[in-house]
Design a protein around this ligand. Structure first.
Ligand SMILES: Cc1ncc(COP(=O)(O)O)c(C=O)c1O
Length: 420
């Protein structure tokens, strides 16, 4: 039986996030911009401050502050290994953000491809999991194949994706969840299909990270990337890959830097303070898991399992409320799964359009109500092109567990006042 995130517990969580007490035109601000970056709990800020106050030093020195800094950085690697379900802390690579990590990594992976090979990307993905690979492929005369979508509910066409894979496929790059329609992709099924032809699989887990527990071993993929600022942490990116791949693959690096993993892949000086913040973000979630289960003895991974089980349930209810409410706003179109019995196949990220108002105008109107929501394509460019929604795009209403039923009610009222 999954423990529940009661409204009291949600309020307790909200109290940990200073930004959530922001006032906008006399009423509490509503943050629906989580898919572009969530707010952060005080513990994340404290971890960053602690780093600068106590052991701000570069990596690998023979003196106390550098030793302490390196120890904290290693803790961050371990926390993120726990977060994605990896075997070893050495399999976690940090970098500026998911896009930069993927650009760097794709160049290295592409050196193993030869002309005539192909890779498969999708029309549902954020461009950081499309253009990165497409440009690397171009450099090596490798064909890029695009897996299509079902336009009616903005889900990935799995049959089409499978049909694009053959024995010259070297890589399948696919997202775990769409940052636009919220659809969740069956990545385990995709991975096992790709493995039949020994293709490698790269998973973009950026959007799923605040909503579902990531488990790299269960997925069976080779690489996975996410960004801690999407799950209550600072602005940094994370790449996981199997140790043997990180070890054997040739990295683009400077000569004096270490050949050991993960350092071999972490070019230049890292944002050490933010790595401490990333560790604190994972621990915020783990603490939530311990609180909701009432079991303070859970390991970090167990606690994360508990947290995500509760978050999943809470967000499903909130998402149902949102979809039901949106259906009462005249002429508002939802671009994604709406069927209540398919709620499990999406996260609570809902993109909408209205024939009477552009996406940017609607987002600006919502701002007047103290509701912060994104408009545009949010870099999921292939999708908006397929839907014929360029250049305006959509308005994205993104919920995470710190959002509440009252906020959803206020949103629906605002939309009706603006649009009906
Ligand atoms: C699904 C998805 N993938 C990749 C990215 C890129 O992440 P980053 O900003 O860390 O480069 C984003 C950012 O919005 C995203 O939503």
């Amino acid at each position: 039986m999954t423990a529940t995130l009661t409204s009291d517990l949600i309020q307790q969580c909200r109290n940990l996030f200073p930004a959530l007490s922001r006032d906008h035109n006399g009423q509490p601000a509503i943050y629906l911009d989580g898919p572009a970056g969530t707010q952060v709990p005080q513990s994340v800020m404290d971890a960053i401050t602690h780093y600068y106050c106590t052991c701000n030093a570069n990596h690998g020195g023979q003196f106390a502050t550098s030793h302490e800094s390196d120890a904290l950085v290693q803790e961050a690697h371990q926390a993120l290994a726990d977060f994605v379900g990896a075997d070893q802390w050495r399999e976690i690579v940090f970098g500026a953000n998911m896009t930069s990590l993927t650009f760097a990594f794709s160049r290295a992976v592409a050196r193993t491809w030869t002309a005539g090979d192909n890779i498969v990307v999708t029309r549902l993905d954020h461009d950081a999991n499309v253009s990165t690979w497409a440009q690397a492929a171009k450099d090596h005369d490798v064909e890029v194949r695009y897996a299509d979508i079902h336009k009616d509910n903005c889900t990935l066409d799995i049959d089409d994706l499978k049909s694009k894979i053959d024995d010259r496929t070297k890589l399948v790059a696919v997202g775990l969840a769409s940052n636009s329609s919220g659809s969740i992709n069956p990545v385990q099924e995709i991975t096992s299909y790709a493995k039949q032809v020994q293709s490698q699989v790269f998973i973009d887990a950026v959007h799923i990270a605040p909503h579902r527990l990531i488990d790299v071993k269960q997925i069976g993929c080779d690489f996975l990337a996410c960004s801690t600022y999407k799950f209550f942490g600072p602005h940094i990116g994370v790449l996981w890959a199997k140790a043997e791949i990180l070890e054997s693959l040739e990295a683009y690096k400077v000569r004096p830097s270490s050949m050991e993993i993960p350092d071999k892949w972490m070019t230049g000086t890292q944002n050490f303070a933010s790595l401490c913040g990333a560790r604190a973000a994972v621990d915020y979630l783990a603490d939530l898991g311990r609180t909701v289960s009432g079991d303070g003895s859970l390991t970090r991974r167990e606690a994360l399992q508990s947290a995500y089980a509760a978050i999943h349930r809470y967000e499903d209810d909130l998402c149902k409320q949102l979809l039901t409410g949106l259906a009462t706003v005249t002429d508002l179109k939802i671009h994604g799964i709406t069927a209540p019995d398919q709620i499990d196949q999406r996260v609570p990220t809902v993109s909408v359009t209205h024939p009477k108002m552009s996406a940017s105008a609607l987002a600006s109107e919502l701002n007047e109500y103290g509701i912060y929501a994104w408009d545009g394509n949010y870099y999921a460019l292939e999708l908006t092109e397929q839907l014929g929604l360029e250049p305006d795009g959509m308005v994205r209403l993104g919920l995470v567990h710190y959002n509440t039923a009252e906020e959803v009610t206020r949103l629906i009222t605002a939309l009706k006042e603006i649009l009906n």
